[in-house]
Ligand binder design. Structure first.
Ligand code: F6P
Length: 357
């Protein structure tokens, strides 16, 4: 009897989802004599509502280079999963639909939230394999996630282009990079783009030190500066507050992120001409980089191997340049944040980059 494998993409999209789906499919068709692939639409929403379709080999052609996800995605927060709404028990529905589709396994491509729900379904007895996607690179147990390096490339291009105009006008440019909890993307983009200041959520900044860094450059004849700031960055005063209090204070002041406030303060304290640049979802769109195409393909093939061997309840990962897997229990509910003494942070500091600490 044919083995039936479901596949879904959940949470925010990123470049490399389609390349991973293609890798999985190609390897499944190669390795298994009789396999059927079922595409679940819009992540867990499709599994809850029974929205899916049978897929054929031609569906996976020509998608190595395409952005987004051919399956669609949606954010279905983990905390909502156990809440029964309008008489819908979401977990029970997902189990029912898994059975109804006669699935032998389900591959879920997603970030931290997706992996929490993946673990929940695994504990409910479903055969689940997770694949680590996110531009945030914050999944526990893997050195890298697909989507991250493409976003670094895009972020670097933004910084490069901003650099030339900053230099012409002698301005301080404050560039906001995605990443609410984890600063990996801002850190790597900042280093790759030659930023002068990098501000990340893991290292609360002191605005006085940020201003000092910019002034020091001006004293050395460099009238412009580049600051990359993670959307989730906060200062030393906000570090003393609870997340909710911080959000309320910011809302009252009219700032959702620290970025505009940083630009305003640098201008007010030291008189620099400042501008804010927010690439936003630009960082997540379009074709994956060659690095991510390779990584996604490797991850996809590895996941197909796990299916073939009957290994479930795990998430694919890369550790020390080797593709491997971790138990879902180990990674669910944990995030990989930037340690304050991370090698890359230390390297950046040695390059003279300020973290405002
Ligand atoms: O998790 C990926 C991410 O791009 C974060 O960096 C960002 O904070 C968030 O998603 C944005 O989410 P949305 O696409 O729902 O606006």
């Amino acid at each position: 009897m044919a083995k039936r494998i479901g596949i879904l993409t959940a949470g925010g999209d990123c470049p490399g989802l389609n390349a991973t789906i293609r890798g999985v499919a190609k390897a499944l068709y190669q390795k298994m004599d009789d396999v059927e692939i079922v595409g679940i639409v819009d992540g867990y929403r499709g599994l809850i509502e029974g929205d899916s379709h049978e897929m054929k080999p031609s569906d996976f052609r020509g998608i190595l280079t395409t952005g987004g996800t051919i399956l669609g995605t949606a954010r279905t927060p983990y905390k909502s999963m156990k809440i029964v709404e309008d008489d819908v028990d979401k977990v029970a529905r997902m189990k029912q639909n898994y059975k109804k589709l006669h699935l032998d396994g389900l591959l879920v491509l997603g970030g931290n939230g997706t992996h929490k729900t993946a673990n929940l379904l695994h504990q409910e007895g479903l055969h689940i394999i997770g694949l680590p996607k996110t531009i945030d690179n914050d999944i526990w147990g893997t050195d890298v996630t697909f989507g991250f390096h493409t976003a670094v490339d895009i972020g670097t291009e933004v910084v490069d282009r901003v650099h030339t105009t900053a230099s012409s006008h002698k301005r301080v440019m404050v560039i906001e990079i995605m990443g609410n909890k984890a600063g990996w993307l801002t850190l790597y983009t900042g280093v790759a783009g030659g930023a002068d200041v990098i501000l990340i959520p893991e290292i609360p900044y002191d605005i006085k030190k940020v201003v000092k860094a910019v002034e020091r450059r001006a004293e050395n004849g460099k009238g412009f500066s580049i600051i990359t700031v993670a959307e989730g960055a906060f200062d030393i005063e906000e570090a003393k507050m609870k997340k909710k209090e911080r959000a309320e204070k910011r809302a009252a002041a009219g700032f959702a992120t620290a970025t505009n406030r940083i630009a305003r303060d640098i201008s007010a304290i030291a008189g620099f001409d400042t501008r804010v640049v927010v690439p936003g979802h630009f960082l997540r769109g379009g074709s994956p980089s060659s690095y991510d195409r390779v990584l996604a393909s490797q991850f996809g093939v590895y996941a197909a191997d796990l299916v073939n061997k009957g290994i479930f309840g795990v998430a694919v990962a890369e550790q020390h340049n080797m593709v491997t897997h971790n138990p879902l229990e180990l990674i669910a509910g944990r995030s990989k944040l930037v340690p304050a003494d991370d090698q890359m942070v230390m390297a950046a500091k040695s390059l003279g980059i300020s973290f405002g600490d």
